[in-house]
Design a protein around this ligand. Structure first.
Ligand code: GNR
Ligand code: NI
Length: 180
Protein backbone atom coordinates (compact mmCIF):
# COMPACT_ATOMS: atom_id res chain seq x y z
CA UNK A 1 0.00 0.00 0.00
CA UNK A 2 1.10 3.53 -0.73
CA UNK A 3 0.39 6.83 0.94
CA UNK A 4 -0.65 9.35 -1.69
CA UNK A 5 -0.06 13.14 -1.73
CA UNK A 6 -3.14 15.27 -1.12
CA UNK A 7 -3.59 18.40 -3.26
CA UNK A 8 -4.27 21.63 -1.35
CA UNK A 9 -6.50 24.62 -2.09
CA UNK A 10 -6.17 26.68 -4.28
CA UNK A 11 -4.50 24.05 -6.51
CA UNK A 12 -6.36 24.29 -9.86
CA UNK A 13 -6.24 20.48 -10.26
CA UNK A 14 -8.90 20.31 -7.50
CA UNK A 15 -11.28 21.91 -10.07
CA UNK A 16 -11.08 18.94 -12.47
CA UNK A 17 -14.36 17.07 -13.07
CA UNK A 18 -13.70 13.33 -12.62
CA UNK A 19 -14.63 10.74 -15.26
CA UNK A 20 -16.81 7.67 -14.57
CA UNK A 21 -15.03 4.35 -14.01
CA UNK A 22 -15.75 1.89 -16.85
CA UNK A 23 -14.41 -1.30 -15.22
CA UNK A 24 -13.66 -1.98 -11.56
CA UNK A 25 -10.37 -3.81 -12.05
CA UNK A 26 -7.31 -4.49 -9.90
CA UNK A 27 -5.92 -1.01 -10.64
CA UNK A 28 -9.11 0.61 -9.28
CA UNK A 29 -9.02 -1.69 -6.22
CA UNK A 30 -5.37 -0.75 -5.59
CA UNK A 31 -6.32 2.94 -5.77
CA UNK A 32 -9.20 2.37 -3.30
CA UNK A 33 -6.78 0.68 -0.86
CA UNK A 34 -4.18 3.45 -1.24
CA UNK A 35 -6.88 6.09 -0.72
CA UNK A 36 -8.05 4.37 2.49
CA UNK A 37 -4.47 4.22 3.77
CA UNK A 38 -3.97 7.91 2.90
CA UNK A 39 -7.29 8.89 4.54
CA UNK A 40 -6.53 7.00 7.78
CA UNK A 41 -2.95 8.37 7.93
CA UNK A 42 -4.34 11.92 7.55
CA UNK A 43 -7.11 11.34 10.15
CA UNK A 44 -9.85 12.06 7.62
CA UNK A 45 -13.31 10.51 7.47
CA UNK A 46 -13.48 10.61 3.66
CA UNK A 47 -11.31 11.08 0.59
CA UNK A 48 -12.10 11.66 -3.09
CA UNK A 49 -9.78 10.51 -5.91
CA UNK A 50 -9.63 14.14 -7.11
CA UNK A 51 -7.71 15.04 -3.93
CA UNK A 52 -4.90 12.62 -4.87
CA UNK A 53 -4.86 13.93 -8.46
CA UNK A 54 -6.71 10.94 -9.97
CA UNK A 55 -9.69 12.23 -11.91
CA UNK A 56 -11.97 9.20 -11.76
CA UNK A 57 -15.28 8.93 -9.86
CA UNK A 58 -14.04 7.09 -6.76
CA UNK A 59 -14.40 7.99 -3.09
CA UNK A 60 -13.79 6.30 0.24
CA UNK A 61 -15.25 7.03 3.67
CA UNK A 62 -15.12 5.68 7.21
CA UNK A 63 -16.83 7.65 9.99
CA UNK A 64 -16.21 4.97 12.68
CA UNK A 65 -13.84 5.71 15.58
CA UNK A 66 -11.78 2.55 15.08
CA UNK A 67 -11.43 2.32 11.26
CA UNK A 68 -13.90 -0.57 11.28
CA UNK A 69 -16.40 0.65 8.62
CA UNK A 70 -14.51 1.46 5.41
CA UNK A 71 -16.70 2.18 2.38
CA UNK A 72 -15.74 2.55 -1.26
CA UNK A 73 -18.15 4.26 -3.65
CA UNK A 74 -17.40 4.07 -7.37
CA UNK A 75 -19.53 6.22 -9.76
CA UNK A 76 -21.63 7.38 -6.76
CA UNK A 77 -24.98 9.08 -7.25
CA UNK A 78 -27.30 10.58 -4.64
CA UNK A 79 -30.77 9.35 -5.59
CA UNK A 80 -32.72 10.75 -2.61
CA UNK A 81 -32.07 13.53 -0.13
CA UNK A 82 -33.96 14.72 2.99
CA UNK A 83 -33.76 17.09 5.92
CA UNK A 84 -31.39 19.98 5.24
CA UNK A 85 -29.22 21.09 8.16
CA UNK A 86 -25.88 22.76 8.85
CA UNK A 87 -22.77 20.78 9.84
CA UNK A 88 -19.28 22.03 10.59
CA UNK A 89 -17.05 20.72 7.81
CA UNK A 90 -13.33 20.47 7.30
CA UNK A 91 -11.29 19.23 4.34
CA UNK A 92 -7.88 17.60 4.01
CA UNK A 93 -7.33 19.85 0.97
CA UNK A 94 -8.11 22.98 3.07
CA UNK A 95 -6.11 22.15 6.22
CA UNK A 96 -7.00 23.82 9.51
CA UNK A 97 -10.20 25.49 8.24
CA UNK A 98 -13.65 24.58 9.58
CA UNK A 99 -17.00 26.17 8.82
CA UNK A 100 -20.71 25.39 8.60
CA UNK A 101 -22.26 24.10 5.37
CA UNK A 102 -25.94 23.25 4.78
CA UNK A 103 -26.58 19.85 3.26
CA UNK A 104 -29.13 17.03 3.34
CA UNK A 105 -28.77 15.05 6.57
CA UNK A 106 -30.14 11.86 4.98
CA UNK A 107 -29.25 10.56 1.54
CA UNK A 108 -29.71 7.38 -0.45
CA UNK A 109 -26.56 6.72 -2.48
CA UNK A 110 -26.25 4.36 -5.44
CA UNK A 111 -22.72 3.26 -6.43
CA UNK A 112 -20.51 0.33 -7.37
CA UNK A 113 -18.56 -1.27 -4.53
CA UNK A 114 -14.91 -2.34 -4.46
CA UNK A 115 -16.14 -5.65 -5.92
CA UNK A 116 -17.72 -3.84 -8.89
CA UNK A 117 -21.26 -4.75 -7.80
CA UNK A 118 -23.97 -2.08 -7.63
CA UNK A 119 -25.37 -1.28 -4.18
CA UNK A 120 -27.56 1.31 -2.47
CA UNK A 121 -26.95 2.75 0.97
CA UNK A 122 -29.14 4.91 3.20
CA UNK A 123 -26.75 7.22 5.03
CA UNK A 124 -27.48 9.82 7.70
CA UNK A 125 -25.63 12.36 9.79
CA UNK A 126 -21.88 12.69 9.32
CA UNK A 127 -21.68 9.87 6.73
CA UNK A 128 -24.41 11.52 4.62
CA UNK A 129 -22.62 14.88 4.81
CA UNK A 130 -19.25 13.29 4.05
CA UNK A 131 -20.55 11.50 0.93
CA UNK A 132 -21.96 14.79 -0.43
CA UNK A 133 -18.65 16.58 0.37
CA UNK A 134 -16.73 13.85 -1.53
CA UNK A 135 -19.07 13.85 -4.55
CA UNK A 136 -18.54 17.63 -4.70
CA UNK A 137 -14.77 16.97 -4.97
CA UNK A 138 -15.44 14.65 -7.94
CA UNK A 139 -17.29 17.58 -9.56
CA UNK A 140 -14.39 19.98 -8.86
CA UNK A 141 -16.16 21.67 -5.93
CA UNK A 142 -14.85 22.46 -2.44
CA UNK A 143 -16.75 23.23 0.79
CA UNK A 144 -15.24 26.74 0.81
CA UNK A 145 -17.24 27.45 -2.38
CA UNK A 146 -20.34 27.63 -0.13
CA UNK A 147 -18.75 30.39 2.00
CA UNK A 148 -18.58 34.11 1.20
CA UNK A 149 -15.89 35.51 -1.13
CA UNK A 150 -14.47 37.42 1.85
CA UNK A 151 -14.06 34.21 3.88
CA UNK A 152 -12.52 32.40 0.89
CA UNK A 153 -10.01 35.22 0.42
CA UNK A 154 -9.02 35.04 4.10
CA UNK A 155 -8.67 31.25 3.83
CA UNK A 156 -6.43 31.52 0.73
CA UNK A 157 -4.17 34.01 2.54
CA UNK A 158 -3.97 31.90 5.71
CA UNK A 159 -3.11 28.73 3.77
CA UNK A 160 -0.46 30.60 1.76
CA UNK A 161 1.13 31.82 5.00
CA UNK A 162 0.92 28.35 6.63
CA UNK A 163 2.57 26.77 3.56
CA UNK A 164 5.38 29.34 3.65
CA UNK A 165 6.01 28.62 7.35
CA UNK A 166 6.05 24.87 6.69
CA UNK A 167 8.52 25.32 3.80
CA UNK A 168 10.79 27.46 5.99
CA UNK A 169 10.72 24.81 8.73
CA UNK A 170 11.90 22.21 6.17
CA UNK A 171 14.76 24.37 4.79
CA UNK A 172 16.30 26.50 7.56
CA UNK A 173 18.20 29.57 6.40
CA UNK A 174 21.98 29.02 6.44
CA UNK A 175 24.24 31.73 7.83
CA UNK A 176 26.10 33.36 4.96
CA UNK A 177 29.88 33.72 4.90
CA UNK A 178 30.74 37.35 5.75
CA UNK A 179 31.80 39.46 2.76
CA UNK A 180 35.33 40.88 3.02
O1 GNR B 1 -11.95 14.47 7.35
C1 GNR B 1 -12.92 15.12 6.93
N1 GNR B 1 -13.87 15.53 7.81
C2 GNR B 1 -15.09 16.06 7.41
C3 GNR B 1 -15.87 16.66 8.40
C4 GNR B 1 -17.11 17.20 8.07
C5 GNR B 1 -17.56 17.13 6.78
C6 GNR B 1 -16.78 16.55 5.79
C7 GNR B 1 -15.56 16.02 6.10
S1 GNR B 1 -14.62 15.25 4.87
C8 GNR B 1 -13.00 15.49 5.50
C9 GNR B 1 -11.97 14.75 4.65
C10 GNR B 1 -11.95 15.34 3.27
O2 GNR B 1 -11.42 16.37 2.98
N2 GNR B 1 -12.60 14.69 2.35
O3 GNR B 1 -12.67 15.20 1.10
NI1 NI C 1 -12.52 17.34 1.31
Amino acid sequence: MTRLTILEYPDPRLRTVAQPVQVVDDEVRRLVDDMLETMYASRGIGLAATQVNVHRRILVADVSEDHSQPYAFINPQVVQREQVGATQEGCLSVPGIFDDVERAQRVRVRALGRDGKPFELDAEGLLAVCIQHEIDHLDGKLFVDYLSELKRQRIRKKLEKDRKLRAEARTPERPRAPAI
